[in-house]
Design a protein around this ligand. Structure first.
Ligand SMILES: NC(=O)c1ccc[n+]([C@@H]2O[C@H](COP(=O)([O-])OP(=O)(O)OC[C@H]3O[C@@H](n4cnc5c(N)ncnc54)[C@H](O)[C@@H]3O)[C@@H](O)[C@H]2O)c1
Ligand SMILES: Nc1nc(=O)c(N)c(NC[C@H](O)[C@H](O)[C@H](O)COP(=O)(O)O)[nH]1
Length: 220
């Protein structure tokens, strides 16, 4: 059994999640409230370490009225345990799980010890990179039945490739960032053929701020 996974991003018309200089001010105020409403409704919110290193996100519910217990469990996928100990995602505002690989060395062991002392749970699944399917099973066992996957593009690829995403909600801003190397919604290796790509069913769409939100179910 695995959690139900909602992938949500704010994206420009040309599919970017940030500029080549990592400016990622894409969602408007109303859309951020929509995102925080989803955060309030899920059991876990998941990002890759790239997002933590570039954005230092809090991953708590703070754009709409909420109590501390409304904060979902924060999950960071971090193969090499690069998360800085002063990252906001490690603060006391919510529970945090760091998912890393099974490879271990003295430095990593030391960091796990420090994280554990901070009250952070470290889950070790996979070799080379985190085994996302096994991670989903571990999270489900911990009562995490619904997850908001916030990105970024590399983790989104890993989750789509493993067929672990159930729903897609995307805010598209009326902006074009350009940039061959700018981060996009789904980066990583990419599918070679249309046959093997992720197929979606459009369920809903509506205006939001100066853009539009599209909602899809992933066809399984
Ligand atoms: N606009 C949005 O909605 C939004 C949302 C999130 C992030 N972002 C942007 O995305 C960028 C960060 O994305 P990114 O691609 O650099 O990093 P990411 O956040 O996708 O993290 C990727 C990292 O996770 C780790 N990882 C471990 N196991 C993995 C696996 N099985 N599959 C994939 N990754 C695995 C690897 O270290 C990998 O480099 C930033 O610019 C951030 O601002 C934007
Ligand atoms: N939906 C969405 N629209 C955006 O325009 C944007 N930049 C993000 N970025 C995703 C990232 O994971 C965090 O949502 C932000 O970095 C804010 O983080 P916090 O509020 O501190 O949790 N997400």
């Amino acid at each position: 059994m695995k959690p139900y996974v909602i992938s949500n991003v704010g994206m420009t018309l040309d599919g970017k999640l940030a500029t080549i200089a990592n400016d990622s001010r894409i969602s408007g105020e109303e859309d951020l409230k929509r995102v925080h409403q989803i955060r309030k409704e899920v059991d876990g919110i998941m990002v890759g370490i790239g997002t933590v290193l570039k954005d230092d996100p809090r991953l708590t519910v703070h754009k709409i009225p909420a109590k501390k217990e409304d904060n979902p469990v924060r999950i960071v996928v971090d193969s090499k345990l690069r998360v800085p100990l002063n990252a906001r995602v490690l603060n006391k505002d919510a529970k945090t799980i760091i998912a890393t690989t099974e490879e271990i060395n003295e430095e990593k062991e030391e960091k796990i010890k420090k994280l554990t002392e901070m009250g952070v749970e470290v889950i070790k699944v996979g070799k080379g990179k985190v085994d996302l399917r096994k991670l989903m099973e571990e999270l489900y066992k911990r009562g995490i039945k619904k997850i908001l996957l916030e990105g970024g593009g590399t983790l989104n690829w890993g989750m789509f490739k493993e067929n672990l995403v159930d729903e897609v909600r995307v805010f598209i801003a009326p902006k074009i960032f350009g940039g061959k190397d700018a981060p996009t919604y789904v980066d990583g290796e990419g599918f070679k053929t249309v046959d093997e790509c992720v197929k979606l069913e459009l369920k809903n769409f509506y205006r939001m701020d100066d853009g539009i939100v599209l909602e899809f179910k992933v066809k399984k």
